[in-house]
Ligand binder design. Structure first.
Ligand SMILES: [Zn+2]
Length: 255
């Protein structure tokens, strides 16, 4: 395979062994939710929850393709009902509730199922008194669900406010890309916000911003490192160090 960053030709096996990071330039490849869980959780510790929550198509939305057919094709491709996988796991022996978004399912877009499953995961963290980890990797709200998709921003944020009242910690891990309604809701509400190196993180894209306020954006705008410099991200962490970093934060803060 070819690295999109440094154009090196790489053996797939070598990249996989390096947690899907280019051994030459450290480019972090996008990975599916299942792959991410495999990398993060202690082997065999992940217990999936809410796997039976299936998407509906109440608006009977049709763009280039009927939403109903699009969903079927994405489900067949990924083996998942929608764009998030949730459950309880252990990370270096520490129990944690986690929700992991799947960039391979409609670019990780947030519709009703993503919002509902993330909300249930947040509520479970509060009820069972466990720290929460959400891995964001998303193009934003799912336009095929219109307002039903947008209301997930308020719903997940409200659930996080209740988690905060319960004095439980929330670690938000941002992967490339984290944009739109996901950035504008739970992704930026973490007690700790960790980003993968060079991840695209933002609300609207540079072109939309230019069209709106006619300002040229500085170099590296909306990348992890720039956002850390400006206080939106706490840590930029290499994929190989994320497990240790989460364990450290849990030891430091969790009840
Ligand atoms: Zn590379």
């Amino acid at each position: 395979m070819r690295c999109p960053e440094c154009s090196d030709m790489l053996f797939r096996k070598v990249v996989e062994e390096a947690l899907h990071v280019c051994p030459n330039c450290q480019y972090h490849f996008r990975i599916s939710a299942r792959k991410r869980i495999e990398q993060l959780a202690d082997p065999g510790s992940f217990e999936e929850r809410y796997a039976d929550v299936e998407p509906a198509d109440p608006l009977r939305f049709v763009d280039k393709k009927a939403y109903k057919d699009r969903l079927k094709a994405e489900q067949r491709k990924t083996g998942n009902p929608d764009a998030v996988v949730c459950g309880k796991a252990f990370i270096k022996g520490r129990p944690i509730m986690m929700a992991v978004m799947d960039p391979e399912f409609m670019m990780g877009s947030m519709g009703s199922v993503v919002g509902e499953k993330i909300t249930r995961t947040i509520e479970a963290a509060a009820e069972e008194n466990l720290p929460l980890l959400v891995v964001s990797c998303s193009g934003g709200a799912r336009m095929q669900e219109s307002t039903l998709s947008l209301m997930q921003m308020a719903k997940t944020s409200a659930a996080l406010a209740r988690l905060d009242d319960a004095k439980q910690m929330f670690i938000s891990l941002l992967a490339d890309p984290t944009t739109g309604g996901v950035t504008a809701s739970f992704a930026m509400l973490g007690d700790f916000i960790i980003a993968e190196p060079k991840a695209l993180i933002g609300f609207a894209g540079p072109r939309t911003i230019w069209n709106t306020i006619k300002v040229e954006l500085p170099d590296g705008f909306q990348r992890s490192e720039f956002l850390q410099e400006h206080g939106f991200v706490d840590f930029v962490v290499h994929r190989k160090d994320v497990r240790s970093e989460i364990a450290r934060l849990v030891d430091f803060c969790a009840k």
